[in-house]
Design a protein. Sequence first.
Length: 385
Amino acid sequence: MSTETLKEVTNYNYGLEKIFDKAQDFLPINGTDYVELYVGNAKQAAHFYKTAFGFQSLAYAGLETGLRDRVSYVLQQDKIRLVLTTPLKSSSPVSEHIRKHGDGIKVIALWVDDARKSYEETIRRGATSYFEPMMEKDEHGEIVRAGIHTYGDTVHIFVERKNYKGLFMPGFTAWASDYNPGWTGLKYIDHMVGNVELGGMNKWAEFYANVMGFANLVTFDDKDISTQYTALMSKVMTNGNGRIKFPINEPANGIKKSQIEEYLDFYEGPGCQHIAVATDDIVFTVSEMRKRGVEFLHVPGDYYDTVQGRVGEIAEDLNVLKSLGIMVDRDEEGYLLQIFTKPVEDRPTLFFEIIQRKGAKSFGKGNFKALFESIEAEQARRGTL
């Protein structure tokens, strides 16, 4: 590395440290508390995520617990909590969300020490209120929650649970089930990707920077993320401690319709495109998920011909990775392994990324072309390319 390059990296890192310090002053975030999906049939969706992804039954709220307008099932695997919510009336706002978007992510909940302060600080900096701070109590203590809007119909809810010892939160009861397939090794949410309209990326990157104190970790332009036919642009925003990372994607001009445009068409607006979930053993996780029926994108056949020369020595058997379709990339800190599912519902919208980091802090830039060619092949089969 040249002296000038080293100076640029040092200055960049110093700038990030200053932004991170500022972020931690007014909006410290401990991690992702839960992700809530609005779905057409929560009972059936819960069965799918238990069977295919290895989530376990945790909590339930519905008619039996006093709710009259919706039902929610809470699933957990290690530090990941999914809440699957279905409306009980056509007049419910949940019904309207599903009518427009299909099954999709409504809430990205953030675990904080002080929900009131988080709400007040973000509102003061320009956020739009979803709901004001509210305290919920039961025999296990109290939880404070407050919400703000972000891109499309997606919202962030700040969750303060330092005075709560219960299973999930007030209003929920334990969900006992005789059917609990074994876990698949998923550990925590690594990052969550939002798709926005052309011209929306900078707007929402500025929102996370100015309203929530996030830093722009890295930017990818249409030269970084493109194929012969399509392209997109992305800015990765991160909070002060790096536990929350939100890449924001927008389409770029191309010969054909990009995956971002396809998502926006079928989701009917901006939304969360995919959840990247981390594992400590991607070979086990992907092998297990394949046995349970999860479908993954097919990696182009010649991809593995150049992997060894591009990433160098790795601990895993490349033939095993090839047989499973797992991709590899390296940065200055180490390497990562990643794979992407096909959409997990009929609309070509929400999908999952499985990622194992072996030191790498990046997002697999060296895999972008192969990944996008895989997605384009699926688009061509759907007739949407």
